[in-house]
Design a protein around this ligand. Structure first.
Ligand SMILES: *Cc1c(COP(=O)(O)O)cnc(C)c1O
Length: 224
């Protein structure tokens, strides 16, 4: 199932005000992205650098591209010249590399720290202590070419709605704590990216400002 052009417009305008929709187009061809683009939507997300760069080359330049998947250090240079936000900063190491590559492109890149919130095993994401370590370090505040806009999280893939709600709620609480303790008076720390096709309503109820939706917009993917 995918949405018709009319339904895409309806769907986007039905989202609460203040919610940013990232249309996750991974595995989908440029023609399908163009359909959504022509329906008026200009923010797209990809999780692989190579696919992101190739789509950037082929598609209109007023699209805002978000990198939502784990980023390898040797790939940052390919997206630094154009990426509009990176959701998946999961180490200080990758943060430093984004800073360097952004500087080379003479840009300031918006980033989110990806916080590990799920119960299942996952390779990626910082735990809360690691986030605080970054926020407590002097070095972080010397980075000139990245701008920390907030946090991102992926809930456990489960039918248990209460579990998902609990994880989003805890991330929201942690977001508010970071905001008040480290960014009081700095309005740019304002984004909480959480919620996918299966759980975005819960995410919105629990304080998301950015939702990342793939299959609900583009239909099921054949592979992940
Ligand atoms: C694929 C992906 C999404 C979108 O998933 P859907 O369930 O299709 O909405 C969101 N966030 C991340 C990090 C993803 O990799």
């Amino acid at each position: 199932m995918e949405l018709s052009d009319y339904d895409i417009r309806e769907f986007i305008s039905s989202l609460p005000k203040g919610i940013t929709l990232v249309a996750v187009s991974k595995t989908k061809p440029v023609e399908e992205i163009l359909r959504v683009y022509h329906a008026g939507h200009k923010i797209f997300g990809e999780n692989r650098v190579q696919e992101l760069s190739s789509k950037y080359e082929q598609l209109p330049k007023d699209i805002q591209w978000h990198q939502i998947g784990h980023l390898q250090s040797n790939k940052v240079k390919y997206i630094a010249p154009f990426v509009s936000m990176i959701h998946s900063i999961d180490s200080f190491k990758i943060l430093r590399i984004v800073e360097q590559e952004a500087k080379k492109s003479d840009r300031v890149i918006d980033i989110l720290l990806q916080v590990y919130i799920a119960e299942e095993e996952s390779k990626f994401g910082l735990d809360r202590d690691e986030v605080l370590e970054i926020l407590n370090s002097k070095e972080f505040y010397e980075l000139q070419n990245i701008r920390l806009r907030g946090l991102m999280g992926i809930a456990t893939y489960t039918e248990n709605r209460e579990q998902v709600r609990k994880e989003f709620r805890q991330l929201h609480e942690f977001f508010l704590k970071c905001k008040s303790e480290y960014f009081a008076g700095n309005s740019s720390f304002s984004e909480l990216s959480m919620g996918m096709s299966g759980d975005y309503q819960i995410a919105i109820e629990e304080g998301a400002t950015i939702i990342r939706l793939g299959s609900i917009i583009f239909g099921e993917r054949n592979y992940l």
